[in-house]
Design a protein around this ligand. Sequence first.
Ligand SMILES: [Zn+2]
Length: 278
Amino acid sequence: MLVNAKKILLYAKKENFAVPATNFIDLDTARSYVTVAQQRGLPLILAYAQSHNKLISLEEAALIGKFLAKKNDVPIVLHLDHGEDTDFIFQAIDLGFTSVMIDASSAPFQENIATTKKVVDYAHQYDVTVEAELGHVDSNDFSESPTVTDSIYTEVEDVLEFVDKTNVDSLAISIGTAHGIYKGTPQIHFDRLEEIDRMTKVPLVLHGGSSSGDTNLNRCATHGISKVNIFSDFIHEAFSVIHKKEPEDYLELKTLVNQTMEEVLNHYYDVFETKSIK
Ligand SMILES: [Zn+2]
């Protein structure tokens, strides 16, 4: 069933688990994620990043996402990941996305507030939930994030003002992860996470979940993070399985890749201790 992110993320925050947000880039990836969600009876955030619009258009993503969500009975959120401009975000809402992210995290604080507020005002008219980013999660290779940048950690004292002025539904914070695949395991600032979690009722989001280490991710999911974005681990694992198993033809390759995508999501559902929504 197609739902927005509000109830799912508030429940995840209350029950100390996280919901995976998995980026799809075609029908196969989307179907693989939804298949696992349906098999396990768990919620899923099916995410489409604006930066992937050369691989798959917004219109195509909306059709695929809505079709798969409505065909299954587990709660599925069709989410726009890293919306870079308000025109694109409003178009996603008009096409039936139930959740959007506005990434104005590179802009100065007050500008981030103003842009986020504009998106919230539009989205809430249609019961669409909004995620914003405060602080900045860097990108160290090609990933769902549009540009290569450095991280700026989220300041605890900015969180209350930001949430109060924007009325945003969830907040991506920067506590040490980065987009893409790391060269080593990252240093995550759990003390800052717990401090932010204590001071706001708004569910918190971790970007750059891939290759952050299962122990780190489990601790985040059970200590204040309600949504974890995962993308690079899927494509990285799929590519390495192709190298390892050397499929005979393209059809065999596609089957192998789809199975691998399912295995990776199954793994992260366990790591995030995701529970069904009551
Ligand atoms: Zn991200």
